[in-house]
Design a protein around this ligand. Structure first.
Ligand code: NDP
Length: 247
């Protein structure tokens, strides 16, 4: 896929799936901005790798749960690249506990980053996309937003919310040449899943027809496809990348 001359923003691009996405877009010719909320050094390392490939890059500390920070991120990326063609709302977090023990802070923290952060960045990026009458927004949800999972009510609610948000915004902006889709990964080897016990991994593997957890790179094909010209007539959809787990 060719993204030469395209400008891409990946939130949560410092590690894991976001990092793989940022590098994949750059390999395909795009200029890429990556944002994290804390580990700026990680974002800068990704930006450096992108620059080594001869692409423009930008690393920013921007907590997407904050309206001001998200809007500033989009402003700075637009200033650096002249436009934004693709926004990938990938920043995400989890604070797992059974519902009866879940405190309000854990609920709010997860909803604020995963769902509100997606709202903030989408709203900010849409202004330019509406003006240029083109754009691609890809929201990273999760199969857990479709199936639910005990101990993750906040996370599942945020990811289900992203799916509703994706469908609503797709309907709102379709007439402006903008597509909005979601990608729902299954279990991917990253920092987020590093805390799973051996027993949990064994139980998960039992339910995955392809017999392995995914790697961050496994998510890239779906996201790049939805950002590409090949997906010009696809909007408001959820593309599942889970090794067949929900089949
Ligand atoms: P990681 O925890 O490995 O990476 C998350 C990235 O997001 C980090 O770079 C982190 O950097 C950044 N981030 C976290 N909070 C914020 C914030 N408020 N503002 C900006 N950046 C932030 O996670 P994954 O790569 O595993 O997950 C990426 C996305 O994929 C998430 O949305 C996750 O829910 C989703 N997903 C993951 C699955 C998996 O199995 N791993 C399965 C399904 C979906 P910093 O801490 O410095 O802010």
């Amino acid at each position: 896929m060719d993204f030469s001359g395209k400008a891409v923003v990946v939130t949560g691009g410092g590690r894991g799936i976001g990092r793989a996405l940022a590098l994949a877009f750059a390999r395909c010719g795009a200029d890429v901005a990556v944002a994290v909320s804390r580990d700026l050094a990680a974002a800068e390392a990704v930006a450096e790798e992108i620059a080594k490939q001869g692409r423009r890059s930008l690393a920013r500390r921007a907590d997407v749960s904050q309206w001001q920070a998200a809007h500033q991120l989009i402003e700075e990326a637009t200033a650096a690249f002249g436009k934004i063609d693709v926004l990938v709302n990938n920043a995400g977090t989890n604070r797992d506990s059974l519902l009866l023990r879940m405190n309000e802070e854990d609920w709010d923290a997860v909803l604020d980053v995963n769902l509100k952060g997606t709202f903030h960045c989408t709203q900010a990026a849409l202004r330019g996309m509406v003006r240029q009458r083109s754009g691609r927004i890809i929201n990273i949800t999760s199969i857990l937003g479709l199936t639910g999972n005990p101990g993750q009510a906040n996370y599942c609610a945020s990811k289900a919310g992203i799916i509703g948000f994706t469908r609503a915004v797709a309907r709102e902006v379709g007439s402006r040449g903008i597509t909005v889709n979601a990608v729902a990964p299954g279990y991917i080897h990253t920092h987020m899943t590093a805390g799973l016990s051996e027993a949990q991994v064994a139980e998960i593997l039992r339910r995955i027809p392809l017999g392995r957890l995914g790697e961050s790179e496994d998510v890239c094909g779906a996201v790049l496809f939805l950002a590409s010209d090949a997906a010009a007539y696809i909007t408001g959809q959820v593309l599942i990348v889970d090794g067949g787990m929900t089949a």
